[in-house]
Ligand binder design. Structure first.
Ligand SMILES: *Cc1c(COP(=O)(O)O)cnc(C)c1O
Length: 413
């Protein structure tokens, strides 16, 4: 979407304009019934979203962060437990661990997929931990605390390599919670099960965010947990509603983390369009890949392994001179963003964990080279062409200046 000559990074207006009459009807029906929190609209969305994710249950909550936090608490993470995730993610993944009482620890990512490197997870479990046969627990040697869960993040809309992660988790008795906040509808081909599996259906539970900019976005804040586990479902339903099953009978200390009815009904309306929107995102990704193929020596496009069918929540390229490219695009009125510029272990909020520059080199290098280009279902081909033209322009200018400096690209190699 181009607005005043500027290519926007996300387009939060067109889909709502297209669905306006349906969305307004939802709002009117909420006003008429007076049903704003919980109720049939939430139940219906939960049923349909569980079906979409191939799970038995879906529990609507207030945000993706709530979803992660409740999934962790419900799975039994105890105060002081270590929960593993990746450094290259949104801060909420780590916040949910701390807020559930756990201590976040990190496993570096794979340089090509940007998701958890199963080999690094294996190394961590084999070298930094000992498995205590008697209790069946994996104990981290330095902190002398049990590692009880792992959160692979399906970053940018593509699942982590789940087969080896699930296998390691089973061997070391770890609960797997998927952070599927960017991966609504993404699929993973499991060689173990010889079938495609939906993001959100592979761990003990999974967290989804419906923040407006996500592939499935509310018109406000919303999230959900998906799971096949009845006990977790039961507990999360209590956690989101002050620990009560029955009004004013609080079995445990919970939260105000409910999904509001208007958001649920809006999400349900939009869910019917999600497969089409995801298909369009994949098509845009294909266009970018083709258009950028002439720059293959300087621009790394997203890598989609044969086991992944991503939904391109973000389209992330990688270049050496990222800041320069971002400035060049901005000058041409093209928006871009960085997801994420600082890995979690280097954030001020987590200095207490004691990590430093160099602790997770793959994440750190990626964070300095990645750039997210505009990506949404109704991004136009001519807009993509304009974007790639500007990307190519920067590199051809550089080629020319290298030429003048007597450094023709051919002589560099
Ligand atoms: C968006 C997001 C979250 C948090 O979701 P909210 O709805 O904003 O709380 C968590 N993890 C990842 C990877 C996300 O992208």
């Amino acid at each position: 979407m181009t607005q005043n000559g500027r290519i926007l990074f996300v387009d939060l207006r067109t889909p709502h304009r297209e669905l306006e009459s349906e969305l307004v009807a939802v709002f009117k029906s909420a006003l008429e019934t007076g049903c704003f929190v919980g109720g049939p609209m939430v139940d219906e969305f939960e049923r349909e979203y569980a079906q979409f994710c191939d799970t038995k249950y879906c529990i609507g909550v207030g945000s993706g962060t709530d979803a992660l936090r409740f999934a962790l608490i419900a799975s039994g993470v105890q105060a002081g437990d270590i929960v593993l995730t990746v450094p290259l993610t949104f801060i909420a993944t780590a916040e949910a661990i701390s807020q559930a009482g756990g201590r976040p620890d990190f496993v570096d990512i794979d340089a090509q997929t940007y998701t958890m490197d199963p080999e690094k997870l294996r190394q961590y479990l084999e070298t930094a931990c000992v498995f205590d046969e008697k209790s069946g627990r994996t104990i981290q040697r330095v902190h002398r605390r049990p590692v009880t869960a792992v959160i692979p993040v399906h970053l940018y809309g593509q699942t982590a390599d789940m087969d080896p992660i699930l296998e390691l988790a089973a061997r070391y008795n770890l609960i797997v919670i998927e952070d599927a906040c960017q991966a609504h509808g993404a699929e993973y081909f499991s060689s173990v099960e010889n079938r495609w599996r939906k993001a959100g259906s592979m761990g003990r539970a999974a967290a989804f965010s419906f923040y407006p900019g996500k592939n499935l976005g509310a018109c406000g804040e919303a999230g959900a947990v998906t799971t096949n586990d009845e006990a977790s479902t039961d507990k999360i339903r209590m956690l989101r509603d002050h620990g009560q099953r029955q009004k004013y009978h609080h079995e445990l200390e919970g939260y105000n983390g409910r999904l509001d009815a208007i958001q649920a009904a809006i999400l349900r309306t939009k869910l019917h369009h999600l497969p089409d929107w995801n298909r369009k995102r994949r098509e845009k990704a294909r266009h970018y890949k083709e258009l950028l193929s002439s720059q293959a020596d300087v621009v790394t496009v997203p890598y989609e392994p044969s086991w992944a069918r991503g939904v391109y929540h973000l389209y992330v390229i990688r270049v050496q001179n990222r800041d320069q490219l971002q400035a060049h695009l901005a000058q041409a009125n093209i928006a871009s963003q960085i997801h994420y510029p600082t890995p979690i272990h280097l954030q001020k909020a987590y200095v207490g964990l004691g990590y430093k520059q160099g602790s997770f080199p793959v994440s750190e290098k990626a964070a300095s080279e990645i750039l997210s280009l505009p990506m949404y279902p109704n991004l136009e081909l001519h807009e993509q062409e304009r974007i790639v033209e500007k990307v190519s322009e920067l590199f051809s200018i550089q080629d020319i200046s290298r030429w003048h400096a007597g450094l023709h690209p051919a002589s560099l190699s």
